[in-house]
Design a protein around this ligand. Structure first.
Ligand SMILES: *[C@@H]1O[C@H](CO)[C@@H](O)[C@H](O)[C@H]1NC(C)=O
Ligand SMILES: *[C@@H]1O[C@H](CO)[C@@H](O)[C@H](O)[C@H]1NC(C)=O
Ligand SMILES: *[C@@H]1O[C@H](CO)[C@@H](O)[C@H](O)[C@H]1NC(C)=O
Length: 450
C-alpha cells in the first residue's frame, strides 16, 4: 500500500515538475510564458490559477455530474466541462473537506441504475479509504463511510472508477481500477470479480460519456470496452484534442487534424451549409469543412484571419459567410481563399438589428430570412430590408440552449453537445411537440469511425 502511495506521489510530483516545460514547448500562448513558475514549491503545484489543463495534465478522477457535465479532478481543484478555469473542489463539494484536508480525489463516478433507486444518480467520491455519496448536491446521511463497508472487496487508495449500467454490462456494475488491478463490483449482489485488462494502460481517471468508456492516463486517453478492457482503434489519443477546448499545440499532420475535428466530443460553436451544400463547422480555434466527401480542417486564424477564433454563430447567404462574434459581424466571400469584405466587421446591431451575444443563426436556401437564435428566442431578420428589423418569431421549447444550427435541403439541423436533431422547417422546430430522433455529431454528421 505504502509503495503504491509513494509511487503515486512521485508520479504526481514528476508530472507537476514536467508540466511547465511542456507548456513552453507546445503551447506558447501569448503572455503566458512570462508567468513565473514556482517549480521549487512542490506543495503549491496543485494550487491556484496556475492549473492549466491545456498545458497537458494527468487527472486524478473524472466523472459526470447529475446533468451529464464532465468534472475533471486535479489535486484540490476541479475543472467543470470542456473549458474554463479550475475551481477549488470544496466550493462544490464542501463536505469532502470536513473530515480531512482535501488534497485530492482518488476516483469518482455517477451511479446509473434504474433498478436500485437508492443509488441511481448518486455521485460517489473516493478519498484514501473513505467513500462519499452525494445526491442532489448534498452529502448523504451517514457518509463518508469506509470503502470496505459500502463496496466490500474493493481496495482503498483507488486510481479510478466508472459505472457500467445495464445493458452495457450484464448487471449494474462499477469498474474499479488500482494500478493494473481491475475489479467489477455488482451493485445488487455486491459480488466482486477481478479482471485483467491486458491491453489497457493504468488509468488515473475513467468515465462513461455518452455511452462510451474512457480511461485517462498521463495527458492521454483510451476508449475501452468495460467488460473485457479491450481497446479498439487508434489509441491512446491526446485528451486536449478531444475533451478540452485548447488552442493549437504541437505539430500534427493534416490527417490528424481532420480526424480530431471529426471525432471531437467538444461542442461546436457554429455550423453552416452553403448553397452548394458544403458544410463548415467551427469549434474553438479550428474549423472543419466538408465538400462532397472531401474533408478539410485548419485553424480559424489561417482561413479567417480577421476573426481569429471562437465564433458565436455563422450563416451562409448569397455566397458569403456571415460570422458573428460577440457584438460584431465578419463577412467572408466564399472562395479559395475566403476574402473578408471591406468595411467589416460591423456591429451586429447594425447588420441584423440585434444585440449580441447570439447563439446560432441560419438562412434556408432561396429565402432571405435570417433566423437568429438568442437563448430560447428566435428572431426573423429580412435581409432584403434596410434598416434591419428583427421580428420575434417564437421560442424553442424543446431545448434550454442550442450550440449551433444550420438549414439545408433536409431541413433545420440543431446541434447540442455531441448530438443533433433535424426538423423539417423552422416552424416545426418551434411548434413541434414530438422530440425528433437524436443523432451523433461525430459519427453521423462528420463520419468519425469510432
Ligand atoms: C477549500 O480548500 C482550500 C485549499 O485547499 C482551503 O484553503 C479553503 O479553506 C477550503 N475552503 C473551505 C470552505 O473549506
Ligand atoms: C447478474 O446477476 C445475477 C443475479 O442477480 C447473477 O446470477 C449473475 O451471475 C450476474 N451476472 C454477472 C455477469 O455478474
Ligand atoms: C501499472 O500498475 C502496476 C501496479 O499495479 C505497476 O506494476 C505497473 O508498472 C504500472 N504500469 C505503468 C505503465 O505504470
Amino acid at each position: 500500500m505504502r509503495l503504491v502511495q509513494t509511487l503515486t506521489l512521485c508520479l504526481a510530483l514528476s508530472l507537476s515538475l514536467a508540466a511547465p516545460s511542456s507548456h513552453q514547448e507546445g503551447h506558447a500562448k501569448k503572455g503566458e510564458k512570462d508567468k513565473p513558475h514556482a517549480d521549487g514549491h512542490k506543495h503549491e503545484s496543485h494550487h491556484g490559477a496556475k492549473l492549466d489543463r491545456c498545458a497537458g495534465m494527468e487527472f486524478d478522477a473524472v466523472a459526470v455530474n447529475e446533468e451529464g457535465v464532465p468534472y475533471f479532478f486535479k489535486g484540490d481543484h476541479l475543472f467543470k466541462g470542456f473549458h474554463g478555469k479550475a475551481e477549488l473542489s470544496n466550493q462544490t463539494f464542501a463536505e469532502l473537506d470536513d473530515h480531512h484536508h482535501l488534497g485530492h480525489v482518488d476516483a469518482a463516478f455517477r451511479m446509473h441504475s434504474e433498478d436500485s433507486p437508492e443509488h441511481h444518480d448518486h455521485q460517489f467520491f473516493f478519498l484514501d479509504h473513505k467513500v462519499f455519496s452525494y445526491y442532489k448536491h448534498k452529502l448523504e446521511k451517514g457518509y463518508p463511510k469506509d470503502i470496505s463497508e459500502v463496496f466490500p472487496g474493493i481496495p482503498d487508495h483507488l486510481d479510478a472508477a466508472v459505472e457500467c449500467p445495464r445493458p452495457d454490462c450484464t448487471n449494474d456494475t462499477v469498474v474499479f481500477f488500482r494500478g493494473d488491478e481491475i475489479y467489477h463490483f455488482d451493485m445488487k449482489t455486491k459480488k466482486v470479480d477481478e479482471k485483467e485488462f491486458k491491453s489497457m494502460p493504468n488509468c488515473t481517471g475513467a468515465f462513461r460519456y455518452r455511452g462510451h468508456y474512457y480511461c485517462f492516463h498521463g495527458h492521454q486517453f483510451s476508449k475501452f470496452d468495460p467488460i473485457t478492457g479491450e481497446v479498439h482503434g487508434k489509441y491512446p489519443k491526446e485528451s486536449r484534442d478531444y475533451f478540452m477546448k485548447c488552442s493549437h499545440f504541437g505539430e500534427k499532420s493534416t490527417a490528424d487534424h481532420i480526424e480530431r475535428e471529426q471525432c471531437s466530443r467538444v461542442h461546436l460553436d457554429a455550423i453552416t451549409s452553403d448553397d452548394d451544400g458544403s458544410v463548415y463547422a467551427f469549434r474553438g480555434h479550428h474549423f472543419l469543412s466538408i465538400t462532397g466527401d472531401k474533408f478539410h480542417s485548419d485553424t480559424i486564424e489561417s482561413a479567417f484571419k480577421e476573426l481569429h477564433s471562437e465564433v458565436d454563430a455563422v450563416f451562409s447567404y448569397e455566397g458569403h459567410l456571415y460570422m458573428i462574434k460577440d457584438k460584431q459581424v465578419f463577412v467572408y466571400k466564399v472562395g479559395e481563399p475566403h476574402t473578408h469584405l471591406e468595411g467589416y466587421p460591423k456591429p451586429l446591431k447594425e447588420v441584423l438589428g440585434i444585440e449580441g451575444p447570439v447563439h446560432a443563426a441560419f438562412v434556408c436556401a432561396d429565402k432571405h430570412i435570417a433566423h437568429v437564435i438568442k437563448g430560447q428566442t428566435i428572431y426573423d431578420v429580412d435581409l432584403k430590408v434596410t434598416p434591419r428589423k428583427p421580428v420575434k418569431e417564437g421560442s424553442i421549447t424543446q431545448f434550454k440552449r442550442i450550440d449551433a444550427a444550420m438549414c439545408g435541403p433536409k431541413g433545420v439541423t440543431v446541434v447540442i453537445g455531441n448530438h443533433y436533431y433535424i426538423y423539417d422547417s423552422p416552424m416545426i422546430m418551434m411548434r413541434g411537440k414530438i422530440m425528433p430522433e437524436q443523432h451523433k455529431v461525430s459519427q453521423e454528421l462528420f463520419g468519425c469511425d469510432h
